[in-house]
Design a protein around this ligand. Structure first.
Ligand code: NAD
Length: 331
């Protein structure tokens, strides 16, 4: 067998996992991808892709066999609409996935394990204003995440920490802040805000109806990070010797209304926002990237305008392919 490093990416049928497989293949790794579904929009570049439900212990043992490193991305997740409506399912499924995958990796003598956490672990009371103070890693405690999704992420972060303390297993933990880009879910209820806005604006382009629905008053704020920066950041963290949780996101905060206007700008259309009731999550959230810069000597560099233009282009192609002809016939 060659000395090519062997890695496992869980959640490789999903948005970030699929991009990460492509990135790692570009770096020369042998990659096994595992997920309950194949990538939806493009064939995987993984050397081996196994359809396995990682809530099951035996499947986790199978998934982690014979690899040096694990990038653990599998999760039952979605945008605000999904996360705020499925607390029991999310906590149950994600706890099983993470408890079993980490322990199976230990038994299979995996040397490094990267866990993908989320900005959703931060306490709700630090995110009550739109003009929020950016969140530092140490702000996580005393813990008070808004949703079950964040609580489970926090517990799994701690599990990784204890696996290092008790077993000496090298673990890395990254906290993503709203990752977006092409080849991600753009309809069906699990899509996140940037993809949803791209879809709505692409649809308005087809139908000629300029009205775009926005949940709440649209003044809630977030930062958004393009997926190419995300996978590079994940990789850099895996190579580093940093064992504590680390933010990975952009630190440019915008409102959802501004996001709509930027996507409309990328599409070259004028839209009118209609504000409706809907889940909004915390009022404001931004990443403090001080530690990220210090640890990785790097930070995300793809501008929001550039990332949104690339994302809009891809989503509008999907919308046109699926709905274009039918809608145009109806107009
Ligand atoms: P995604 O939903 O596109 O990918 C997750 C994948 O996990 C899916 O393909 C899903 O089928 C798979 N999965 C779910 N249950 C499984 C099971 N029982 N066994 C095997 N696979 C299973 O989400 P993503 O955006 O690519 O997120 C990847 C990771 O990053 C997740 O852990 C997510 O919580 C985390 N994260 C993402 C963001 C973001 O903005 N996208 C933000 C914070 C954290």
């Amino acid at each position: 067998m060659s000395d090519q490093k062997r890695v496992l990416v869980t959640g490789a049928g999903g948005f970030i996992g699929h991009h990460l497989v492509t990135y790692l293949k570009g770096k020369g790794y042998w990659v096994r991808g595992v997920d309950v579904k194949s990538p939806e929009f493009e064939a995987t570049k993984a050397d081996e892709f196994e359809l396995l439900d990682l809530r099951r212990w035996d499947n986790c043992l199978q998934a982690t066999r014979g690899v040096d490193q694990v990038y653990a991305l599998a999760a039952d997740m979605g945008g605000m609409g999904f996360i705020s409506a499925h607390h029991a399912q999310i906590l149950h499924n994600n706890a099983l996935i993470n408890l079993h995958t980490l322990e199976a990796a230990r038994l299979n003598a995996v040397s490094r394990y990267l866990y993908t956490s989320s900005a959703c672990i931060y306490p709700e009371h630090l995110q009550e204003e739109a003009n929020v103070v950016p969140l530092k890693e140490e702000d996580a405690y005393p813990a008070a995440p808004q949703d079950a999704y964040g609580w489970e992420k926090l517990i799994s972060e701690r599990l990784c920490m204890h696996y290092y303390e008790d077993y000496g297993m090298e673990t890395r933990t990254v906290r993503f802040h709203n990752i977006f880009g092409p080849l991600g879910t753009w309809e069906g209820g699990r899509e996140k805000a940037p993809a949803a806005m791209c879809r709505k604006i692409a649809m308005s382009h087809i139908t000629g109806d300029p009205v775009i629905e926005v949940w709440g008053d649209g003044e809630q704020t977030r930062s958004f990070c393009y997926v190419d920066d995300c996978v590079e950041g994940i990789y850099r963290l895996m190579q580093s010797d940093f064992r504590d949780p680390l933010n990975l996101g952009q630190d440019r905060m915008i409102s959802i209304n501004e996001l709509v206007d930027m996507v409309a700008g990328a599409a070259g259309v004028d839209v009118t926002r209609r504000h409706i009731d809907g889940p909004q999550g915390v009022r404001g959230r931004n990443s403090d990237n001080t530690l990220l810069r210090e640890v990785l000597d790097w930070e995300p560099r793809i501008s929001l305008e550039d990332g949104l233009a690339r994302t809009y282009r891809w989503i509008s192609e999907q919308v046109m392919a699926k709905y274009g002809k039918r809608e145009l016939a109806e107009v």
